[in-house]
Design a binder for this molecule. Structure first.
Ligand code: DGI
Ligand code: FE
Ligand code: FE
Length: 209
């Protein structure tokens, strides 16, 4: 991806998103770039995935559902009932066909940025985490619990930050909407099982952070 193409995509996002969403988009792109520097991922890929991750967010639920039908994009029953989740799936489709992205890892990072999935790649984790910790998150007065700690943790142990974000999301959804996409719960269970440290080592890391 050439710099000029990246600029074009940035301009396209500025045009299709409202000011607040665009600010969030830039926040995710720069935060993802910083995480890529820390963990040895391609900075350019992280920036591009960050810029595009919410590219379908400005579309109405109706339009997203129409697009899925028109292009035979399969959707789950749960997505039909919660069409806002489809901005990830439709976004990955637009990334391919509208923004000409041909990197599977970037496309997957967009596709899985809302729910996560078991066995995420480094880039997918970076986008998932960057979406949650970007500097603008919480500026609407609804700061997620432990956000500062999670921000620090993201640069110390990406999987631990990922788990904490999944935990927060699941707790928040249970408290408010009362339901969950099974993939979100599966992702949490998967990473919980793979957690490396013993509980006492973990609490040391969190105290340091
Ligand atoms: O698009 P953003 O607002 O930047 O962030 P996002 O794509 O992570 O979407 C966040 C919303 O998605 C947030 O309200 C939590 C919700 N979400 C995540 N997992 C699930 C979910 N909503 C439902 N109903 N079920 C899930 O499993
Ligand atoms: Fe999103
Ligand atoms: Fe986002």
């Amino acid at each position: 991806m050439k710099t000029t193409e990246m600029k074009k995509i940035r301009k396209a996002m500025e045009k299709c998103q409202d000011a607040k969403r665009f600010e969030h988009t830039l926040g995710v792109a720069y935060t993802a770039a910083a995480l890529a520097m820390r963990y040895g991922e391609s900075v350019k890929k992280a920036q591009l995935a960050g810029l595009l991750h919410d590219c379908a967010k400005c579309m109405s639920d109706e339009k997203k559902l129409d697009l899925c039908e028109k292009y035979n994009i399969s959707i789950t029953e749960y997505e039909k009932e919660h069409p806002y989740l489809l901005h990830a799936k439709v976004g990955s489709f637009l990334a391919i066909y509208e923004y000409h992205v041909d990197d599977d890892d970037i496309i997957n990072a967009i596709l899985n940025h809302t729910t996560g999935r078991p066995g995420m790649s480094l880039l997918e984790k970076i986008i998932y985490v960057a979406d949650y910790i970007e500097p603008g998150r919480g500026n609407n007065g609804k700061e997620p619990p432990g956000l500062d700690e999670i921000r620090k943790m993201s640069f110390m142990d990406l999987d631990e930050a990922l788990l904490r974000i999944l935990y927060n999301t699941i707790t928040y959804l249970k408290d408010t909407k009362g339901d969950l996409d099974e993939i979100t719960q599966k992702t949490y269970n998967y990473y919980l099982e793979r957690r490396k440290e013993t509980p006492s080592e973990r609490s040391k890391i969190w105290k340091q952070g």
